[in-house]
Write a protein that binds this ligand. Sequence first.
Ligand code: ADP
Length: 245
Amino acid sequence: TSVDAPLLQIDGLTKTFGGFTALDNISVDIKKGERFGLIGPNGSGKTTLINCISGALRQNAGSVMFCGEDITQLPPHLRARRGIARSFQIPRPFKSMTVLENLMVGLDFASVPGAAAAALPEEEVAMSILARMGLAAKAGAPTDTLSQVELRKMELARAMAMRPKLLISDEAMAGLSHSEVDEVLDLLISLGDEDITIIMIEHIMQAVMRFSKRMMCLDAGRIIALGAPDEVMANKRVQEAYLGT
Ligand code: ADP
């Protein structure tokens, strides 16, 4: 496949709850290695869209293609195995377990059986991921001794343990200080540099703007803007959508 072939192709996706249309005919392609920001006011359909991508929700119409294959009918665990990881989709950390033990639980959900890394002992794989996330020194620490930012990094490490092609980062910055937001952003940007495609849902606008190569704004289940971050933020419909929220 060509380098520019989309990793994720969403075509005509519609999702209704009873008589209410939460997603209305959404079509968008996301490229391999792209850092993609998904924004929109509360209730605009961001979570519903992510749920339709991960398989947690079944759409009423439309299709989702991943790596050129139709995954529309696949349950969440089979989509995960194909490389779609969502931070927070793995059960919440067990507080009394260490960081390393928590990551080993994540490895049990690992996506690609027989991948090169799988030849290594699990603990070695887990340690290399922790090092990648700047958490190596915390490997033996009980999870309940971690700071907020360390917990977020552990969540990302657990998602990375699934060796995703597509990582969905859902509100990873909430409650962090400015410098901590920058730390997590730098981490996510470096994952993007390794060809991991990332969709970020984030309310902290400066963070999602700094992160994204492209942004999409939803309002009432429809795409109202799609393009470079500064273009999207300058869009009148986007500004109006955020007024009064
Ligand atoms: P966002 O993530 O942008 O805040 P959501 O995708 O969570 O928006 O919600 C979009 C709309 O769909 C909202 O109006 C919400 O109330 C509605 N909605 C979401 N999930 C359900 C559900 N399970 N049942 C009924 N309505 C839902």
